[in-house]
Write a protein that binds this ligand. Structure first.
Ligand SMILES: Cc1cc2nc3c(=O)[nH]c(=O)nc-3n(C[C@H](O)[C@H](O)[C@H](O)COP(=O)(O)O)c2cc1C
Length: 313
């Protein structure tokens, strides 16, 4: 039995400070291996996708040992990289000074960051997309374990000597026991309009970039596309553009939003994150498909480049 519709749980019910999250990891949650949702998530992906929000205020409490172990096990058993790279992920603990905001990147101070999910993938033109896809699986896993996370596209690699020098690490994630946001975090969220997502008409298209795809026209794919729309992205830039063609294939394009994010490969990381959301939500809805790079050759607006397609079965 495959769930046919998304059971949306209000954010506040899920955002329970302190793991484990009883809503998502309770006994009633059915095994992902039964449904083939993911090798990493236990609960329905849509619940974790809806619950996830960037957390920049953490408790000084350690992550409970059993929860940390679950997350470490997920790091060790992540899905294969969609473009075939070899990837490795781990959770590391860093003793930053407690109680003082830490500037790890170029925006968004972190209060009490203590644990990080870091990883590498072998270099390739698609490495950043693969990295985004894989780390987002782990971010969603951390979310269903009741932990807070925040992607960091800018960080000082000197803090993380574990990272393989010959690998690619375009971003990392802070992870930990979430606390109520303080003023600084609320201001950061406001600055990047973190609670907002672009309209469907800006992001999803039917056949050509001239014709927006409505929820109604998307049919059974409306749920998975909505889950894609909720994905996190660097600076909340949402550089995803998706065109559905006549065969029901979804072509993902990268729309350049910020030069400095693009040059750093963060827009490609965002595409990988969107791939994870679309695929996980599709599997949850009982819809199957596969990723292939096959440029359909559509005429695309300026600054919009083809990346990858989801071929439905
Ligand atoms: C690749 C990537 C890099 C990011 N880098 C940072 C960062 O350096 N500092 C930060 O505070 N947030 C960072 N974020 C978090 C985004 O600002 C956040 O995802 C976005 O504003 C949407 O908010 P939400 O995650 O709460 O939905 C990053 C997110 C992604 C996906």
């Amino acid at each position: 039995m495959v769930p046919s519709s998304f059971n949306l749980i209000p954010f506040d019910e899920l955002r329970i400070a302190g793991p484990p999250n009883p809503v998502l990891s309770g006994a009633t949650v059915l095994s992902s291996t039964m449904f083939g949702w993911s090798m990493v998530l236990e609960g329905p992906p849509s619940q974790a996708i809806i619950a996830r929000r960037s957390v920049r205020t953490y408790s000084t409490d350690p992550i409970p040992a059993d929860v940390l172990q679950s997350l470490e096990e997920s790091c060790a058993s992540h899905p294969p990289a969609p473009f075939g790279e070899v990837a490795e992920f781990q959770v590391v603990e860093r003793p930053f000074k407690r109680g003082e905001p830490v500037k790890l990147g170029d925006y968004g101070l972190q209060r009490n960051p203590r644990y990080f999910i870091i990883g590498t993938v072998t270099p390739s033109p698609t490495a950043r997309m693969s990295y985004g896809y894989l780390l987002e699986h782990l971010v969603l896993r951390a979310t269903e374990l009741g932990l807070g996370t925040c992607w960091m596209g800018y960080f000082n690699p000197e803090y993380f000597p574990e990272l393989a020098r010959d690998g690619v690490t375009p971003a990392i994630s802070v992870v930990g026991v979430p606390e109520r946001p303080r003023l600084g975090e609320r201001l950061t969220r406001r600055a990047v309009r973190a609670d907002k997502r672009k309209d469907w008409s800006v992001m999803f298209f039917d056949g050509t970039f001239e014709r927006p795809l409505s929820r109604e026209a998307a049919g059974e794919w409306a749920g998975p596309l909505e889950m894609l729309r909720l994905a996190p992205s660097a600076g909340n830039g949402q550089p995803w553009r998706v065109v559905r063609d006549g065969d029901g294939t979804f072509h993902l394009y990268l729309h350049r939003v910020k030069k400095r994010y693009h040059e750093r490969g963060l827009h490609d990381v965002d595409i990988g994150i969107a791939m994870a959301h679309l695929e996980l939500a599709a599997r949850e809805a009982g819809l199957s498909g596969e990723w292939r790079v096959e440029d359909p050759g559509l005429s695309a607006p300026d600054g919009t480049e083809y990346r990858v397609s989801w071929f439905t079965h």
